[in-house]
Design a protein around this ligand. Structure first.
Ligand SMILES: Nc1nc2c(ncn2[C@@H]2O[C@H](COP(=O)(O)OP(=O)(O)OP(=O)(O)O)[C@@H](O)[C@H]2O)c(=O)[nH]1
Ligand SMILES: [Mg+2]
Length: 451
């Protein structure tokens, strides 16, 4: 089965927890902190496997999880790093983050590989937190949670040329005539149900990839026939070959079919409609009305289309079409526009815009509730062990330093209001009222409970 679109859920490994341990030595009453760091959580990695031609496997399994990092231990022992989970995908797979709608990877190179969800870093052991004030820190960081994402994987075949045309016009016959592709061919519409790729060798060292795109009819953009779902496979081509049946035996009007399909293309994507198009007048061997073929050719030429007469069945005219296509493709490769050689430079691991991780923000969600957001601040909360008062106090100091409390006060927070960061809620307490008893560790926001 050919599957070219799936949605999956991935969960990278959490970082391991740091350890809060102390050296034990003979005759040394209280050794220093020696807790080691947690290990890094495993990433979720997508990697091209050129033997794959479909995303079928992802239909059966939709959830993936990478290994968690090991916890740190006493005597400075580091936790083990979690293993990455490597998922094999066919060449031409494009990955979109469903949360943000952003394309995060385009795996078009044969050796392409992309981390699509990062494992969390390991928490630091207490050995890291020694300073002049804290000689014996009794806490360690927890591991950072691994990224969790919902992803859409789309397979976009990498072809130079897309063959389009109404059912039964001879698309599959043509691709079978010029390449090793062997799609099903028969004298009825919708014979071919999935796109087929073929490599067309023109002469030594010159070749291009052709895709037979089945199932396009009027209303395809509304889902008629096989719908327009296969059009994604021609999005990245350089040239379309639009095939018309000129046998005169179909009872159809070729010029009308041509216009209808072009309208469907435009409805799918303006960019597709802009692609150069060759028109192939097929089944010339059985054409009953030569004058009608001449008239059709004249009309299409007048509209600016290069027109080729051929018979995919006998091979007549096929060579001329293939050479012309090859030349157009080579020109387009040289110009090197947005579309480039399949399996060559056609790869981009999308640059995800780097937000400033230190940035944070407070929003008031109702009269008594404030939410603090920001990569860094949320990460700090996730890595804090709320069962450990020392760790909690450290977090409070950090929030204080960042100016979170000042900001809350400015926004009108009152005693007892709720301050939420990630999945933790704090009671807000006005720091000024604590001034008298303020010591280095007095902080206004005190944790209430984990949710
Ligand atoms: N006489 C003649 N018959 C042809 C020619 N090209 C294709 N045919 C026949 O037309 C019929 C349809 O050809 P296909 O290649 O299956 O057409 P298709 O466009 O792939 O059709 P779908 O897969 O249904 O969209 C088959 O019976 C072919 O043998 C040609 O040049 N001359
Ligand atoms: Mg076909």
């Amino acid at each position: 089965m050919f599957v070219d679109e799936v949605e999956i859920e991935v969960q990278a490994g959490d970082g391991g927890n740091g350890a809060a341990t102390f050296r034990r030595e003979k005759y040394v009453p209280r050794g220093g902190p020696d807790g080691g760091d947690g290990g890094q959580g495993g990433h979720i990695v997508l990697q091209v496997d050129t033997n794959l031609t479909t995303l079928l496997d992802f239909r059966y399994q939709r959830r993936y999880r990478a290994e968690r990092g090991g916890d740190g231990g006493a005597k400075g022992m580091f936790g083990k790093n979690g293993k990455d989970l490597v998922l094999k995908v066919p060449q031409g797979t494009v990955v979109t983050d469903l949360e943000t709608g952003q394309q995060i990877a385009d795996l078009s190179l044969a050796e392409a590989r992309a981390i699509v969800a990062r494992g969390g870093v390991g928490g630091r052991g207490n050995a890291h937190f020694v300073n002049s004030v804290h000689q014996a820190p009794k806490f360690a960081e927890k591991g950072e949670p691994g990224e969790r994402k919902r992803l859409r994987l789309e397979l976009k075949l990498l072809a130079d040329v897309g063959l389009i045309g109404y059912p039964n016009v001879g698309k599959s016959t043509l691709i079978a005539a010029v390449s090793a592709a062997r799609p099903k061919i028969a004298n009825y519409p919708f014979t071919t149900l999935v796109p087929n790729l073929g490599v067309v060798y023109v002469e030594t060292g010159r070749s291009f990839v052709m895709a037979d795109i089945p199932g396009l009819i009027e209303g395809a953009s509304q889902g008629a026939g096989l719908g327009h779902r296969f059009l994604r496979h021609v999005e990245r081509t350089r040239l379309l070959i639009h095939i018309l049946d000129v046998s005169g035996m179909t009872g159809r009007e070729p010029l009308r079919d041509f216009e209808v399909l072009n309208r469907e293309l435009a409805l799918y994507s303006a960019a597709l409609a802009q692609l150069p198009q060759f028109v192939a007048l097929n089944k010339l061997d059985v054409a009953t009305d030569p004058a009608a073929v001449d008239a059709l050719e004249a009309e299409l030429c007048a509209r600016g289309y290069p027109v080729y007469r051929l018979s995919a069945a006998t091979g007549q005219g096929v060579r001329a079409l293939v050479y012309a296509a090859m030349e157009a493709i080579e020109r387009s490769r040289k110009e090197g526009g947005e579309l480039s050689t399949p399996a060559a430079e056609h790869v981009r691991i999308a640059a995800v815009p780097q937000e400033d991780v230190r940035q944070w923000d407070v929003t008031r969600v109702d009269a008594h509730t404030f939410v603090v957001t920001g990569r860094h601040v949320e990460r700090m909360v996730a890595m804090t062990d709320f069962n450990n008062e020392y760790a909690v106090r450290r977090l409070q100091r950090i929030l204080e330093k960042m100016g979170v409390n000042r900001k809350l006060k400015e926004m009108g927070a009152r005693d007892g209001d709720t301050v939420r960061i990630r999945d933790v809620e704090f009671d807000y307490e006005d720091e000024d009222r604590w001034d008298e008893e303020a010591d280095a560790e007095a902080v206004s926001a005190r944790p209430r409970r984990r949710r």
